[in-house]
Write a protein that binds this ligand. Sequence first.
Ligand code: APR
Length: 319
Amino acid sequence: MTCDSTVDVGRVSIIGAGKVGSTLAEILLEKNIANVVLLDIISDLPQGIALDLIQAKALYLNDRQIIGTNDYVDTADSDIVVITSGQPRKPGMSRDELLKINSQIVVNVAKAAFAHSPNAIFIVVTNPLDLMTYLAWQTIGIPGHRVIGMGSLLDAARFRTFIAMELGISVANISGMVLGTHGNLMIPLPRYSTVNGIPITEIMDDSAIARIIERTRNGGAEIVKLMKTGSAYYAPAASTSLMIESILKNQNQLLPCSAYLQGQYGLENIFLGVPCLLGSQGVGKVLELDLTDAEYSALINCERKMRQTIEMAQKILNI
Ligand code: APR
């Protein structure tokens, strides 16, 4: 039996007790990663989920704590705040159409959570991801390394999964790198995706790679189409839990995340998916990969599109 209540594991507040938020809470508790505060705007919902999870915890036999609440006071002094509040993408709805509704929610939530946890690292999960990450950062005005978007890590997980399925090789042997925005313009990088160090470009033909890239780009939409009501949540929650673990345990895992760029890749004042070292400071370092002209212009294309989207959101929000 594990009983480690004396171990300081850190406190994570999850804003939005929907599919992603509650699944993330469950992973953090089950894997003994953090104590959790689950907050939602809907009365009693996070309290009910927390009670269910407390009873599940009795079976995991660890001493992690979970609180369900509608009051930001309960989130005070969190080490990490995760923003999953918003509306999920519905079938046929583009990520950009979510922009108006979710922008307002994310701005309000970021302000309220920051007021009670001014030293926290913020992880944004709500879509459209890179924009929401930018708006959260702009709203709370903390150094960029403390605000991180969960997007490219999920894209890379999908890319790795499809490579493993195509080759019939364990996904544990596959590493995958995806840059750019979390959406159709994402840039899966075959040259930097390997099977135990062997670039996939050496063991897969171009048409198979192109097919897998296309499926990765549509990875979220494929699931939305199948589920019909709601969008993916297991892999988004698992991706977020990996980021949290790397930060709380200062593991410095190299994970592709939406990070604030200050000159890296020749870009400034924008959040885009890039390889990041995640540790106790948040993004400790952004790794600059050597890109081909085509890869770099795809990244610039993401940047251009993102700047347009930011401008549009700022107009809508009047900020
Ligand atoms: N404050 C707190 N919670 C809120 C607020 C708010 N202002 N507005 C909405 N919520 C809550 C909703 O009540 C709901 O419980 O956010 C939760 C969202 O949960 P779901 O609808 O189940 O959505 P989910 O599948 O979890 O996705 C959340 O993550 O991956 C992204 O695209 C996805 O943007 C979406 C987000």
